[in-house]
Write a new protein. Structure first.
Length: 147
C-alpha cells in the first residue's frame, strides 16, 4: 500500500538535519543504523508515526535508518516482522530504486510503502547521490492500514 506524504516535509527535513550529525557505521555506510534506543532525539518523528500508525511502535518494534552511497544496493529479501513500512527521506540522483516483488515503487521524500514483512523487496544499486530511508518493522498497524 502506497501512502503519499506519510511524513510531513517538516518531519523529513528535521530527520535529515539530525541524521547529518549521526555517526554511521565506519565499516559500511549503507548498513542500517538502529536508533530505537535514541528515539527521544526524534520527537517529531515519534508524534507523526503515532498519528499515522496508531500504536506506540517504539515499545516493541524496530526502527532503522539506512543510507545508500554510490555503489550500494540491497539484495532481495523478506523482513522478520508482520508488516514493513519504508519511508523515503532523501532520493539519490540515479539508481537506488525500491523494488517490491521485482517491481519499481516510485517514492518521493516523505512517501511510504507498507507491505507484509514476508514480501521480498530490494534496493537497486545507487549510481550517484545518496539515498536515505526509514524502515519500520511492525508487529501491528492501525485498522486503516490493514492489508
Amino acid at each position: 500500500m502506497m501512502i503519499k506524504n506519510f511524513l510531513s516535509n517538516d518531519c523529513v527535513s528535521d530527520l535529515l538535519d539530525k541524521l547529518s550529525t549521526e555517526t554511521w557505521s565506519d565499516k559500511d555506510a549503507y548498513i542500517p543504523l538502529k536508533i530505537t534506543r535514541k528515539i527521544d532525539m526524534y520527537p517529531l518523528l515519534k508524534k507523526e508515526l503515532l498519528d499515522q500508525v496508531g500504536v506506540d511502535i517504539f515499545k516493541e518494534d524496530n526502527i532503522y535508518f539506512s543510507k545508500y552511497l554510490p555503489g550500494a544496493s540491497c539484495n532481495m529479501h523478506p523482513d522478520p516482522c508482520k508488516y514493513t513500512v519504508v519511508v523515503l527521506l532523501q532520493d539519490c540522483l540515479d539508481g537506488g530504486d525500491f523494488m517490491l516483488k521485482n517491481r519499481v515503487v516510485n517514492l518521493s521524500p516523505g512517501d511510504a510503502i507498507l507491505f507484509r514483512g514476508n514480501t521480498s523487496h530490494s534496493v537497486t544499486k545507487v549510481v550517484s547521490g545518496t539515498r536515505i530511508a526509514l524502515a519500520l518493522w511492525l508487529n501491528s498497524v492501525s485498522e486503516q492500514y490493514q492489508i
